[in-house]
Write a protein that binds this ligand. Structure first.
Ligand code: KG4
Ligand code: ZN
Length: 349
């Protein structure tokens, strides 16, 4: 079957088409129109600007995806669109467009939790390559993005137990805020990672928040404040920037690693997945793989194109939802759907 995915929860307008059945999956098209350049001049995402950009870009992107795959909307079997969490105006553009398409072409529409998209993104193959879908439940999923930091025990397609999440800033948000302190621009993740490669991670002693809490909660706002205090007294040379970036990145990785290890101790599964924008961080990937794979726990990460926001992951989550929703009535309910900016993952649905 062919699944059309639409993602507009934040500052990426994205459209994807998957060809998928129970034996395998192929990404026929994965288009992402990033607004990063526009928002970087304001130092972060401006919601009103993001929504306008989505409405400007979404239809041309849809046309492009169909033309590039030589498909017509009539060839699509289901549509999956992000319902939340995210920015209200941005979500509205994607979901209302999806509703209109579904209504006018009599197609089922599956509303998707953006976090579920990230949760499944590690399964997506390189565009054009067909791959089988092969894994076992339960597994541990660490979702680290600009808006979220969640450790989830995935027991089935419909049962996701959130073991812990951030009490304040998300991991990606901390990267973005620290980059602001170091005057490195937005988004912070990629540039901090680049600087960290050149720095000495042991130069600044930064806290590892909540590492002794014996639960799976995270907190990153104190870490950002600690960076700010250490930064004031420095000359702010290039080496200072590199060393601070390295020390900060190491502190985040230590916490993520420690909490995931703690979760593995309590729930000894054989697969850990890391996804979301921060999972693009190569040092994070390396540390987690080194730590867990020596104990025969497989670490799976998305290909770099699928770490940030994309619609292929939404289409995949939509397919799983479709496959596992007993009553296929979702199809008939699409006109009543509305956005859910504060949508959470559910333990059982
Ligand atoms: O998943 P995503 O694209 O959007 C949300 O759903 O939030 O994640 C964006 C976040 C940003 O905070 C960005 O700074 C961070 O991912 N990020 C990284 C890296 N690349 C992007 N953080 C650390 N290292 C990276 N290489
Ligand atoms: Zn995201």
């Amino acid at each position: 079957m062919k699944v059309l995915g639409i993602e507009t929860s934040c500052d990426e307008t994205a459209v994807a088409i998957l060809e998928i059945d129970t034996s395998g999956l192929r990404v026929l098209s994965n288009l992402i129109n990033s607004q990063v350049k526009i928002h970087s001049q304001y130092g972060g995402v401006v919601p009103e600007v993001a929504a306008r950009q989505h409405s400007h870009n979404l239809i041309p992107l849809l046309e492009h995806a169909l033309a590039a795959t030589k498909l017509e909307i009539g060839d699509i079997d289901i549509i999956a669109a992000t319902q939340g969490p995210g920015l209200a105006g941005s979500l509205m553009v994607g979901l209302e467009t999806a509703k209109t398409l579904a209504w006018s072409h009599n197609l089922p529409l599956i509303p998707i939790n953006h976090l579920l998209g990230h949760l499944w993104s590690w399964l997506l193959p390189t565009p054009e390559k067909r791959e089988s879908i092969n894994f076992d439940f339960p597994f541990l999923s660490l979702i680290v993005s600009g808006g979220h930091t969640e450790l989830v025990l995935v027991k089935s397609f419909k049962d996701h137990e959130i073991l812990g999440q951030t009490l304040d800033d998300a991991a990606g948000e901390a990267f973005d805020k620290v980059a602001k302190v170091l005057n490195l621009g937005y988004p912070g993740g990629p540039v901090i990672a680049e600087r960290a490669d050149l720095g000495d991670a042991s130069r600044f002693e930064l806290p590892r928040p909540m590492i002794d809490s014996n639960n799976f909660s995270f907190s990153f706002s104190g870490l950002k404040t600690a960076v700010l205090y250490s930064w004031w007294d420095l000359k702010k040379t290039e080496q200072d920037i590199n060393d601070m970036a390295a020390s900060f990145q190491k502190a985040v990785i230590d916490v993520l690693l420690y909490k995931t290890k703690l979760a593995l101790k309590k729930y000894p599964v054989s697969l850990v997945t890391i996804s979301g924008g921060v999972s693009a961080n190569l040092s994070l990937r390396q540390h987690l793989s080194d730590e867990f794979e020596k104990d025969k726990v497989k670490v799976a990460v998305p290909q770099l194109v699928y770490t940030g926001d994309n619609a292929a992951m939404i289409a995949l989550a939509g397919y799983f939802e479709w496959l596992n929703t007993k009553s296929k009535k979702i199809a008939d309910k699409h006109l009543a759907l509305s956005i859910k900016p504060n949508l959470k993952l559910k333990a059982k649905s």
